[in-house]
Design a protein around this ligand. Structure first.
Ligand code: PGA
Length: 260
């Protein structure tokens, strides 16, 4: 794993309900405590649950992330929650470009770019999610899609900001929530190419310091092998993040690959 401290984040999506989110929060503290010395761990509850779960998540040593945030502070954007608001609620990072937002909520590259810049400009971390759909993979376009999504979201970003606060999550769309997972070799190959694109956008030094998470059906059974790859620096976890013991096993695997 080298110099990059692993970063594992749970994306709770539109799960669980109020009581379930509180229970999950309570269970995560003791389950994760042994690993927080060597791994950064984050949790992304719904916006509604950030005020009820955030303080306890932070007390347990986790970073709280927002699943989404709209650029700006206030304004006439019915239903949206701003970057400033999630910051006020204790978020220290925001997910942008998640495949469900790109392909279910139909967010454009332009909006992903705006959100990414807005989160970073506000001093928050940003986990920029990228990845190809199955038909793009089958057409041999994985690297092209990743390059396009990176360049489109990150062009014009200040290098120092990228170095300090940017994380990239490579999430092949066909692997999200499907139980199908990229092979460690395929994931490593994609991550290495993503790092090369980051080196072109910024510098090799900055690219070497940016963490690239893998996401898409990462679970206790496959985490160790994925996380052992040199360019896989953590995970963005959906389904397996909803059970404290499964999530803790993934974090344990991340702790296991940290160089002594
Ligand atoms: P999954 O989701 O782990 O359930 O595949 C990952 C994600 O969407 O970030």
């Amino acid at each position: 794993m080298g110099v990059r401290r692993p970063f594992v984040a749970g994306n709770w999506k539109m799960n669980p309900d109020y009581a379930g989110a509180k229970a999950l929060t309570e269970a995560l503290g003791p389950a994760l405590a042994p690993y927080l010395g060597s791994v950064d761990v984050g949790a992304c509850p719904t916006h509604l649950h950030m005020p009820s779960c955030g303080p306890d998540l932070r007390k347990a040593g986790l970073l709280v992330g927002a699943q989404d945030a709209y650029p700006g502070t206030t304004g006439a954007f019915t239903g949206e929650v701003s970057v400033a608001m999630v910051k006020e609620c204790g978020a220290s990072f925001v997910l942008t470009g998640h495949s469900e937002r790109r392909h279910v909520l139909m967010e454009t590259d332009a909006l992903v770019r705006e959100k990414t810049h807005a989160a970073l400009d506000a001093g928050l971390g940003c986990v920029l999610c990228i990845g190809e759909k199955i038909e793009q993979r089958e057409a041999g376009k994985t690297d092209e899609v990743n390059r396009h999504q990176l360049e489109s979201a990150l062009a014009g970003l200040d290098e120092a900001v990228a170095k300090e606060r940017l994380t990239v999550a490579y999430e092949p769309v066909w692997a999200i929530g499907t139980g199908k997972v990229a092979s460690p070799q395929d994931a490593q190959d994609a991550h290495q190419k993503i790092r090369a694109v980051l080196a072109g956008l910024f510098s090799q030094e900055t690219a070497d310091s940016i963490r690239i998470q893998y996401g898409g059906s990462m679970k206790p059974e496959n985490a160790a092998e994925l996380l052992a790859q040199p360019d896989i620096d953590g995970g963005l976890i959906g389904g397996a993040a909803l059970k404290a013991d499964a999530f803790a096993s993934i974090v344990e695997a991340a702790a296991g690959v940290v160089s002594p």
